[in-house]
Ligand binder design. Sequence first.
Ligand code: ZN
Length: 131
Amino acid sequence: MKKCQICEVTQPVVRNMPSGRWVLGENQFYKGYSLLLYRFHVEQLHELTPKEVEVFLQDMYSIGKELFEKLHPVRINYAILGNTLPHLHAHIIPRYADDSNPHHSIWNTPLEKRIKLTTIAQRENLLNELI
Ligand SMILES: [Zn+2]
């Protein structure tokens, strides 16, 4: 069986949530860009029971609200795609006033323009802001 990159993720957790792990994205072009990784290997949202969906969406809401209150973006984007990594996860993306492409999803901007890999120390500082 092919290994799942999300099941194997070992990066620091902002917080363990009821439905899974809240982690920071490696790319912090959008400060606070977060992922909610579902706790079990499930590919798509519709594979969950309604109660499990409720818990997962509640966690997305809680993360978005906390990012909004602590980092002060103008908007939070929420996305569940799974096209590249087929393990249920949600992207929770703060969007700021100085956004160069505010009317489109982040994926509309080429990766080479939005890539901003952070050092471990920078991510630890951000983790401390969020904890
Ligand atoms: Zn997996």
